[in-house]
Design a protein around this ligand. Structure first.
Ligand SMILES: CC(C)(COP(=O)(O)OP(=O)(O)OC[C@H]1O[C@@H](n2cnc3c(N)ncnc32)[C@H](O)[C@@H]1OP(=O)(O)O)[C@@H](O)C(=O)NCCC(=O)NCCS
Length: 187
């Protein structure tokens, strides 16, 4: 799988969960496709996110896709796809999923932290996310509407957030955030 932009070296790192289990965070590989779909199905309770992920992957809409592995099993996944604000190309975080039996151990935190770190290292100017403010604030995400950014979907203002990784290349981000069409067309 080739990332759309912000290409960088492959990533592999081993950490521990909050319950002291070893957790490996690494780039998604070709053989991981079914397991990634399974983790998303388990976490969300339906197929839509898995279908969006498959469509993004097939159409070159992946900036970064990381998996979390414990005991040889994929238990978590995070994807970043291209998003634009005017001429500035950045990334959108999501979907993200951790299998229900492995939630609340810090695995989601590791996935977000490693993803943000990777994209910062690759020079990505910004990341947007729609999610829980208290969770994402830990990684540097702030209110996107407060920065004059608007979302194409009707989401609570507090849930729409942006993390400006490189202020110089991001410039004065303002206006509508454009996501990949797969998010609104794949059911
Ligand atoms: C969201 C998700 C990926 C978090 O993964 P996780 O491994 O359980 O996350 P962590 O253990 O690192 O962190 C959990 C923390 O985030 C908070 N949190 C995460 N998502 C939250 C949500 N939707 N609502 C409230 N709190 C949330 C928890 O309160 C917890 O805080 P704490 O550490 O202070 O107790 C996981 O719960 C999941 O897969 N949920 C279903 C799918 C989903 O909603 N994905 C996100 C939208 S794309």
């Amino acid at each position: 799988m080739k990332p759309t932009r912000f290409a960088g070296g492959s990533f592999r790192g081993v950490r521990r969960t909050s319950r002291n289990e070893l957790i490996e965070i690494r780039d998604e590989q070709r053989d991981d496709v079914d397991a990634v779909r399974d983790v998303n199905r388990q976490a969300f309770g339906h197929e839509q996110e898995g279908r969006i992920i498959d469509a993004l992957r097939e159409r070159g809409g992946v900036v970064l896709s990381l998996v979390a592995v414990t005991n040889g099993t994929i238990v978590g996944h995070i994807m970043f796809s291209p998003a634009t604000v005017g001429p500035v190309l950045g990334a959108a975080l999501g979907p993200m999923a951790v299998a229900p039996g492995n939630q609340r151990k810090g695995i989601g935190t590791q996935l977000v932290a490693r993803g943000v770190e990777q994209l910062r290292n690759r020079g990505c100017p910004f990341i947007v996310v729609i999610g829980h403010p208290a969770f994402y604030a830990r990684f540097g995400f702030q209110s996107a509407p407060a920065q004059a950014l608007t979302c194409a979907w009707d989401v609570p203002a507090a849930a729409f957030m942006v993390n400006v990784l490189h202020p110089d290349s991001a410039g004065r981000l303002q206006g509508s955030v454009e996501y990949r069409t797969e998010f609104s067309t794949v059911e």
